[in-house]
Design a protein around this ligand. Structure first.
Ligand code: S3P
Length: 440
């Protein structure tokens, strides 16, 4: 395998822990671009994630009429449209991002415009009927390929509120419905089977939208086709817990070693990995630094490693660590006994089929791992042996999770096709180096 920017060789050992600051939260950055993009006036955003996924969402918002620029200190300004959405001149390519595509679809469905959303090969293989159904029930028309995938064309129209029971626990689909609900007549209510990340709800509350959360039912009173009248405001995006998770997990597996991630989002709908780390034997300390009035909770997390033991992960916990499950599989390989992941069939429709891909990659590195329809079973502790190369399948979370396992191998491991890391964590390799790991 030729060595290029697309390939990294991760040498074992070297990880010495320390204090890290990770870039801004991806989910929150997407939503900030959307809300600031439809507000009146110019919003200033600190900590916006300058990575491909969020920049594509920002570009899409510019096609709808918003403007944006970054100052010398890295603060992003977004001048919003005041609620109106203009028809983009051509198709909008949102790259790799399911969040970008599903949330933008909801946002534009209530305006009298036609919008085509497309993305890369991975995104074009992901299920979109899950948003077509509620948007059409509300009164929009959504064209998909016969397989129910993007490219997707949304024929926006006069929407009316609906009561919609989500067939799958998905914050993306929930947020799509809520954003469409902003432009609808009447009330839209979404019923969640299991609670999922609630960044959209928190942000809407912060801008004064009429959103109500009662248990697992979320209601929004629509503003009608002219859209909401949100005022520009400052936003602070905390560090992304999902990015910090790699360093916290690596520390957890090395007895006595410590990593402190500063200024990371601590929303409980995102941090179930910390409960898993505790169950596996690691020590976790949390120091909240956000003010009670901040829409999101954030602070510092310190993990101290131990001899890990396997655990079971499933049920209501799954949405709260959905993006960390490849990392849980890696930890399973390092822990004593079995680690079982269940109720996680959604992993099959992420940026890759994360069940099949993780089991394949773990097996390449000598780990005993078995696929289940809705999860996997991993036995440890494994002797991690180098493979000629492990493949990311263009999935950022696979590339980063496998790099973590490579630290524990007996010789260097080649990770192929790593350009995908740019979608969420461009500084990942540099940070890995700063924490003591030799990366070529
Ligand atoms: C996200 C929700 C999750 C998660 C994704 C980001 C979001 O997807 O996997 O990385 O920002 O709403 P689902 O809600 O579809 O599970």
């Amino acid at each position: 395998m030729p060595i290029s920017k697309q390939t990294r060789i991760v040498h074992p050992g070297g990880f010495h822990g320390g204090t890290v600051r990770v870039p801004g939260d991806k989910s929150i950055s997407h939503r900030t671009a959307l809300l600031a993009g439809i507000s009146s006036g110019t919003s200033q955003i600190r900590g916006f994630l300058q990575a491909e996924d969020c920049l594509n969402t920002l570009k899409a918002m510019e096609s709808f009429g918003a403007r944006s620029w970054v100052d010398d200190e890295g603060v992003l300004s977004i001048q919003g449209t005041g609620g109106k959405m203009i028809e983009p001149a051509g198709p909008l390519d949102v790259g790799n991002s399911g969040t970008g595509m599903r949330l933008l679809a909801g946002l534009c469905a209530g305006s009298p415009i036609t919008v085509t959303l497309t993305g890369d090969a991975s995104l074009q293989s992901r299920p979109m009927r899950r948003i077509q159904e509620p948007l059409e029930l509300m009164g929009a028309r959504v064209d998909l390929t016969p397989g129910g995938t993007a490219p997707m064309t949304i024929h926006g129209g006069q929407l009316h509120g609906i009561e919609y029971r989500l067939p799958t626990a998905s914050a993306q689909v929930k947020s799509c419905c809520i954003l469409a609900g902003l432009y609808a007549e009447g009330r839209t209510t979404v019923l969640e089977p299991i609670p999922t990340r609630d960044h959209t709800e928190r942000m809407l509350r912060a801008v004064g939208a009429p959103i109500r959360v009662e248990g697992q039912n979320i209601s929004i009173d629509g503003y009608g086709p002219q859209g909401p009248r949100f005022l520009a405001r400052p936003y602070v995006v905390p560090g992304d817990f999902s990015s910090a998770a790699y360093w916290l997990a690596a520390a957890a597996a090395i007895p006595g070693l410590t990593v402190c991630a500063e200024g990371v989002g601590l929303n409980l709908r995102r941090t179930a990995l910390l409960d898993v780390l505790r169950r596996m034997g690691a020590r976790v300390q949390i120091e909240r630094t956000s003010a009670p009035t901040d829409p999101e909770v954030y602070g510092n997390v310190t993990v101290t490693g131990a001899e890990l033991k396997g655990t079971a992960v499933g049920g209501e916990e799954i949405p709260n660590l959905i993006d960390e499950l490849p990392l849980v599989a890696v930890l399973g390989a390092l822990a004593q006994g079995q680690t079982v992941i269940r109720d996680a069939g959604e992993l099959r429709v992420k940026e890759s089929d994360r069940i099949a891909v993780m089991v394949e990659n773990l097996s390449y590195l000598g780990v005993e791992a078995a696929e289940r329809p809705d999860g996997m079973v991993i036995s440890g502790p494994a002797k991690v042996v180098p493979a000629k190369s492990v493949r990311s399948y263009g999935d950022h979370r696979i590339a980063m999770s496998m790099s973590m396992l490579a630290i524990f191998a007996s010789a260097p491991v080649t990770i192929a096709n790593v350009a995908c890391v740019e979608t969420s964590y461009p500084e990942f390799w540099e940070q890995l180096g700063k924490l003591g790991v030799n990366v070529e």
